[in-house]
Design a protein around this ligand. Sequence first.
Ligand SMILES: Cc1ncc(COP(=O)(O)O)c(C=O)c1O
Length: 435
Amino acid sequence: MLSRRGFLRGVSGGVVAGGVALRARWTDAQVIAPTLTSGDLKPTGPLDEAYWWKVRSQFNILDGMTFMNNGTEGPVPRVVVEANEKFFREIAENPSNNYRREEVDVVRGLVAKFVNANPDEIALTRSTTEGMNLFTHGLDWKAGDEVIYCNHEHGGGIGPYTTLTKRIGIKPVIISIPSPPESVDQIVGRYEKAITPRTKVIMVSHMTYVTGLVTPVKELADLAQRRGLLISVDGAHPLGMMDLDLKAMNVHHYAAAGQKWMMCGTGTGVCYVRRDVQDRIWPLMGPPGEPKDGAKRYEAFGQRDVPSVLGMTAAVELQNAIGKPNVEARVRYLSTRLRAGLKQIPGVKLWTSEDPKFAAGLTLFSIRDIPMDNIQKAILARDRIYIRTMTTGNLNAVRAATHIYNMPAEVDHLIASVKHVAENSSRYMSTAVAQ
Ligand SMILES: Cc1ncc(COP(=O)(O)O)c(C=O)c1O
């Protein structure tokens, strides 16, 4: 008897010639793939396609869809979905141990090890935004105190500073960084020049959500240390994409998302507050707690989504099974392939640096002056590739995110799609309708 999946394959096979082979293979893989565990062999490198097929097969991504917006929210691997379902069911059936505090602490320990921090420096949050607010509002500020950040920061990171500006009268000093930058010294120099005797904090995205610029966080942390400042990092993107080592980075604070590149699903996040500055960061909610409780004190937000928190274990274990350096190498391979292909297309402007020091999994580009909404819609309608638009900094651009579940064929598919739009730009100037 023909299964439903088999039936759907048969139908689509007769309709869309180009995508058939890929769709059929992914569907098959999803049905048969066993979960990757730490006992499995690691990839031999970023080009070990047989291995990366196995990784791809850990996800049930909608058939026929090329998903490239991990920068907003990533698809969740099956093993995490199943863990969430299991914990949700258990608590639904027996709520008497709903907090599961000991197990939450196990997750904290795993996450801490994953980013090279101590467990008492990790708060498990609900988002990056929450982690940024925890630190910023937890610190004592006086009118006239200054924070330095750049013009490509996300609202989730600078939102608390906007509030403090209105509420207390602090002063944000906003600098700009060229896209792409010329050197690490150029970037660090711009922050250094903005320091005054009133500066209290340097706030910076480890990877900007706009151009995907990887900022020299370690060098900025060293600058902060030399000048007696705090450094607070919006790390919404690198967790799950890059081989993070927070201790080596020498930062005071790092807030990350669980739902983006770590692929733990909505409502998960990680906030690192270095032990030696915890006495300066008041918990925002609940009683202040005791210093011995460490960063756990920042989690006093009452009942929480325990199934999602416990499900993070499966996401960390999947990353560990692949190996953090292997994840980063594969992400870099895919995005380098994308940028190399886009660069060849007349009319395409790359805003993301081609220097691996300054880029990883996000790629921002424009196609002539075609409105970004038209590009995004045309690529989705014509080739079913999902990317996002970007207006920040008055840009008219689109952003593609390439992660471990993407295959080189999908990257090439996007390059071909962009080529089509660029070659037919007059048709897309006023409408996204493919003709
Ligand atoms: C750089 C950056 N910071 C903060 C955020 C907000 O993330 P969250 O939804 O986890 O609060 C985002 C989301 O896209 C982001 O890209």
